[in-house]
Write a protein that binds this ligand. Structure first.
Ligand SMILES: *Cc1c(COP(=O)(O)O)cnc(C)c1O
Length: 433
């Protein structure tokens, strides 16, 4: 079925961020067709100006209440991390390799925090030894292992307790808590875990961490989650009889992917901030705390495109298939296989639109599996072998969240466009930043 609204979404995204001039989509002033010639297909391209714009828009909307860090797992390319570092962001990391990537990108380890369940001994060792700002504890074994590592290194490690909110937590119209979760400690056992951390001489309890879920598009929901985080923070401050130093309210700000998605209303976020500021200012348990948001998707997603070249177009029993050199091995999320309950199409567009009617197409990749679909029924104009298609909203959870080893195709290039020029950037661990 043709999806007119998602057609509008891709047209809207192109119109606002990636102007079509000389008939090809431009990224930061460069034509995608030229990038495809220079770097080969398929590839990811990120627009540094859009990364900056997302960061500045959000930082400005929450200014006076919270600072904005970057969640590296959304896109761990060091050159991308560096763009956010230059904007003043710290980093949230979820592995030792992400710690190294953030460090290589120039982020002070004191401005890095480490969350995630199942942290390895090696990762704990490396981050404690590297002077990481905060480790977020997610279970009791981890608390002991961090304390032991701190003991081995002769330091007192700053930690925060990650809290899985209880059944009374409300996020706007939706209940946000009360579900079983591998992440963090259940709110119901908060007092006991606070006491346990306080009893560890090698740990310094600096704050709490609350992350209620990803892809939040409703401002009121996010604002009430943040308000709930403040009340939990006050509760922990009471328990330890001192003010908190950090309150991490998580990431989870969404971007529109589908016809049914409405973009997060930053103005509504901004309107809700004075009440939060007033609440913090009036409560000595909270007023000295550094309050942090650590989004990934919101900051990196809109800047990126995944570009693939058409190898063949064919009809099968009335359905049009556009077969490309790109696929789920590079962009699992677009294929709908990254945890989506309902598979809907990402915004996809023809890089050169010669006009003419559009008709619904399945855009498929070269892998030998019916799962390898970048879109199921996306409206595209006439295309032929050699043409380019682009998947929008691909700057976050793209290559990094994809099974690149599947079918042993080469890794695609990643390109950063900045100041009117383009350069290939390496994955985390490579040094060309
Ligand atoms: C993944 C993750 C984020 C980023 O989530 P987004 O939805 O991309 O903003 C932030 N914090 C933690 C702890 C995470 O695991």
């Amino acid at each position: 079925m043709s999806d007119t609204a998602s057609d509008n979404l891709s047209d809207r995204l192109v119109a606002t961020h990636f102007p079509r001039t000389k008939d090809a989509i431009q990224v930061g002033g460069l034509a995608l067709s030229d990038l495809a010639e220079a770097h080969g297909t398929p590839f990811f391209v990120y627009d540094a100006d859009l990364l900056r714009r997302s960061y500045r828009d959000l930082a400005q909307a929450v200014s006076g209440f919270a600072v904005v860090d970057y969640s590296v797992k959304a896109n761990p390319a060091p050159a991308v991390i560096r763009v956010f570092r230059d904007e003043g962001a710290g980093a949230e990391i979820a592995s030792g390799a992400e710690f190294a990537a953030a460090w290589a990108a120039g982020i002070d380890p004191r401005n890095i925090l480490f969350a995630g369940p199942g942290k390895s001994d090696l990762d704990i060792e490396a981050t404690v030894a590297g002077g990481i700002g905060e480790i977020h504890l997610e279970n009791i074994e981890e608390m002991r292992r961090v304390a032991e590592a701190a003991g081995r290194h002769g330091v007192v490690q700053r930690v925060a307790i990650r809290i899985n909110p209880g059944p009374d937590a409300q996020g706007g119209a939706m209940r946000m808590g009360g579900k079983p979760s591998p992440f963090g400690f259940d709110e119901e056992e908060l007092d006991a875990i606070v006491d346990a951390v306080e009893a560890e001489p090698r740990l310094h309890l600096a704050g709490i961490h609350l992350f209620a879920g990803t892809q939040g598009l409703v401002a009121a929901t996010l604002l009430s989650q943040w308000a709930y985080g403040l009340s939990l923070a006050a509760r922990v401050a009471d328990r330890i009889a001192r003010a908190l130093e950090t309150i991490d309210l998580g990431g989870g700000l969404g971007i529109p992917y589908f016809s049914s998605d409405t973009a997060l209303d930053l103005a509504a976020i901004r309107d809700g901030i004075p009440a939060l500021i007033a609440r913090v200012a009036s409560d000595p348990r909270l007023s000295g705390a550094r309050i942090v948001l650590e989004p990934g998707r919101y900051l990196a997603g809109p800047s990126g495109l995944y570009v693939a070249r058409v190898r063949a177009v064919k009809l099968s029993r009335g359905s049009r298939f556009v077969i490309t050199d790109g696929g789920m091995h590079h962009h699992l999320a677009a294929s709908g296989n990254l945890g989506q309950v309902v598979r809907r199409d990402y915004p996809v567009t023809a890089v050169v639109d010669r006009g003419g009617p559009r008709s619904p197409c399945a855009v498929v990749g070269p892998l030998c599996t019916p799962l390898d679909m970048l879109a199921r029924a996306t409206p595209l104009p006439d295309l032929a072998a050699g043409d380019l298609v682009a998947v929008l909203q691909s700057g976050a959870y793209g290559l990094t969240a994809s099974p690149t080893g599947f079918l042993s195709h080469p890794r695609p290039a990643e390109i950063l466009v900045d100041g009117g020029s383009a350069r290939a950037i390496g994955p985390a661990g490579r040094v060309d930043i």
